[in-house]
Design a protein around this ligand. Structure first.
Ligand code: ATP
Ligand code: MG
Length: 652
């Protein structure tokens, strides 16, 4: 581990402070030439041919981008198939025996699929879906945990041009029913159940409940047998393995899809409100994720990659399945949780598979910190060469911890800002080109025009907080934005921006050097004595205090008692006391000013989180302000809300 010893040359010292990627990384990076930014800028939108060139097209496109305003179209005239791009072309290029997916069950059994194996089962299941009557453009809903059959089903759908609609397995029967309905989907693939922390979760039961409450007909259901024991299959229900066996050795021609045809439907996480349905394209989306997988995650056919993302969310679609398989990498998947059976589960996986690149989320990194550095320290993580994070702002202390204890002070970190709606990464560093700034995501990627603007659409000055918008189309944009329609939830949009733009819902600030710092959701901005503060700024100051792991701040909604409430978790073996309170207050005063010092600091073992692990501030607002908090079933840990409520009630 580097420690900035005096004997280091200035160059080595800069490297060891972690701000500049090490020369050893830059030398091997897929994108290492600074001129890529300018080249993309001067040749936009044709620059995106570089991304399209990563794919195999059946029919090459006529234009890169058509339309001066909506409707836009990327790669018009082009046709391709996503499953062909993730499978067949690797076989043709001599990669048939390379491992595509290596999956580890909770008990440590592994299943290894070479590209040839994966292709075989995708073809067989595609033939099975056809037997059940699935036709091109029929939506197939996949309600499954992270088991190999999930990517197989996704690619089988892609092969026959049937958009998939993956629903995260942790969601309820009601949530599944809503998503079946909004996608008008008549086909469902699920499994009997799966193990979570050693306990079986009966998924089929939830799927059956959902089926009964859906207004339209679910024609056919396929059930993967994952648990021991028999599963009762009703009349229109089929056993996955039998179906696949019936089509052993089948070859299904990949259906030619127009670039703009739908590859899949997915819903956003629902952190801020009702989840939004998003439809992604085949050509633009795949080009965007393949290109960012190569340049940002620095992956290629020689690499082994591990992500903690669940495939049920966009991060799993883009950077577990489509991106890494499109570039021909080896993907390590695991069943269960990062702390089951032991808190070193992931480090074990990294060591035993010699993982090159690891991608996770700040919430997971904060758990690692809570558990302690002895877990990564007990493993040989020297195969790692790059780390990534996505999903929430990462505070500098968590960044430093990740850099030191997982990356050995050696691996660059990419903090990638993007959304379900953007399909792929938008603002982050190119690890072979850019310096890293902990807490700041980086510059917009080449070709991406992300800006921070005020309510009138003018670009904000350096360090001035504003709205994060995207002012030019990008290949991974979804159908709704191509058509120019707005999201149904009426996201608060800055007033009068001329021309086309997409408002992301996030607040941000651009530093002097053009790096963007995401401040959190615009809806999460808190108002204290007429000052608008981003939740993230205050939280970042709080979690900078030693032993503090996580913090969420909300405002008190009472003109008489205006102020900030801070909910704080500390490391497992420490207790939050008055001394910690004092340190938090001092740090906030020093970093932001007395105005932001919390009125109350509540220590709690946990914070309310979405099923994808994001802090849900709206429940904390309800608790703070004594309001009814309604339905907590969207939370991963609903019990926390009740516990916190009683803590807060007993204080006041
Ligand atoms: P919903 O839109 O339904 O409220 P969601 O926004 O949480 O849910 P996602 O699309 O999964 O759904 O998450 C995207 C959001 O996550 C971004 O808008 C941003 O707020 C946050 N985010 C993602 N990556 C980063 C990052 N690197 N830094 C800061 N915030 C991030
Ligand atoms: Mg969102």
């Amino acid at each position: 581990m580097s420690n900035g010893r005096e004997s280091d040359t200035p160059e080595q010292a800069a490297e060891s402070s972690g701000r500049r990627p090490p020369t050893s990384f830059v030398e091997q990076a897929n994108a290492a030439d600074e001129s890529i930014y300018e080249t993309f800028e001067t040749t936009w939108p044709d620059c995106w041919e570089a991304a399209a060139a990563r794919l195999a097209w059946d029919e090459s496109y006529d234009t890169v981008l058509s339309g001066d305003g909506p409707p836009f179209e990327w790669f018009a005239g082009g046709t391709l198939n996503a499953s062909y791009n993730c499978l067949d072309r690797h076989l043709e290029a001599g990669g048939k025996n390379r491992v595509a997916i290596k999956w580890e069950s909770r008990t440590g059994d592994t299943r290894v699929y070479t590209y040839q194996d994966l292709s075989r089962e995708v073809n067989e299941f595609a033939a099975g879906l056809r037997e059940l009557g699935v036709e091109e453009d029929d939506v197939v809903t996949l309600y499954m945990p992270n088991i190999p059959e999930l990517p197989i089903a996704m690619l089988a759908c892609a092969r026959i041009g049937a958009p998939h609609n993956v629903v995260f397995a942790g969601l309820s029967a009601d949530a599944l029913a809503t998503r079946l309905e909004s996608a008008e989907s008549n086909y469902l693939v699920t499994c009997d159940g799966y193990y979570r922390r050693g306990n079986p979760v009966l998924l089929k039961r939830k799927a059956d409940d959902a089926r009964l409450s859906v207004d339209h007909d679910i024609r056919e259901t396929v059930v993967v047998d994952r648990l021991d024991g028999d599963t009762h299959l009703g009349e229109t229900q089929h056993d996955y393995h039998e179906l696949v066996e019936r089509h052993a050795g089948a070859a299904v021609d990949p259906v030619e899809r127009a670039a703009n045809d739908c590859l899949f439907l997915i819903h956003t996480s629902g952190t801020t409100g009702e989840p939004k349905k998003v439809k992604h394209t085949t050509g633009g989306y795949l080009a965007h994720v393949a290109w960012t997988t190569e340049t940002v995650l620095d992956l290629g056919p020689a690499d082994t990659y591990l992500s903690t993302a669940n495939i049920g969310w966009i991060s799993g679609h883009s950077y577990v399945v489509y991106g890494p398989l499109a570039v021909g990498s080896t993907v390590v998947m695991y069943e269960g949780a990062p702390d089951y059976p032991e808190k070193d589960r992931l480090w074990n996986l990294v060591e035993s598979n010699a993982v090159d690149v690891f991608y996770t989320a700040p919430t997971v990194i904060r758990s690692f910190m809570k558990w302690g550095s002895e877990y990564p320290a007990a493993h040989d993580l020297s195969s790692l060469r790059l780390l990534g994070t996505v999903g929430e702002p990462i505070n500098p202390r968590a960044w430093e911890w990740y850099h030191e204890h997982v990356g050995g002070g050696r691996c660059p970190i990419v903090d990638t800002w993007w959304q379900t709606e953007t399909g792929g990464m938008m603002v982050t560093t190119l690890p072979g080109v850019d310096e890293m700034k902990p807490g700041s995501v980086g510059r917009p990627l080449p070709g991406i025009d992300a800006q921070v603007v005020d309510a009138s659409g003018s670009e904000c000055g350096p360090n001035e907080p504003g709205y994060l918008v995207v002012r030019r189309p990008w290949p991974g944009m979804p159908h709704a934005l191509l058509d120019g329609t707005r999201w149904a939830d009426g996201q608060s949009v800055p007033a009068d921006i001329d021309g086309w733009f997409y408002f992301t819902g996030d607040g941000a600030r651009r530093d002097d050097d053009g790096y963007i710092t995401v401040l959190g959701r615009v809806d999460d901005v808190i108002n204290v004595s007429g000052h608008r503060l981003g939740t993230m700024e205050v939280e970042s100051a709080i979690v900078d205090v030693d032993h503090v792991v996580e913090a969420a701040v909300v405002s008190i909604d009472d003109p008489q008692a205006e102020g900030i409430y801070a909910y704080v978790t500390v490391e497992a073996d420490v207790t939050g006391d008055d001394a910690t309170r004092k340190r938090i207050e001092d740090r906030v005063r020093e970093r932001i000013g007395p105005i932001a010092i919390p009125e109350e600091i509540v220590f709690t073992p946990d914070l309310p989180k979405t099923r994808s692990g994001k802090i849900m501030r709206r429940f904390l607002e309800n608790i703070t302000n004594g309001e009814d908090f309604g339905d907590t079933s969207t939370l991963r840990n609903p019990e926390v809300v009740g516990e916190l409520e009683s803590i807060v009630r007993n204080r006041t």
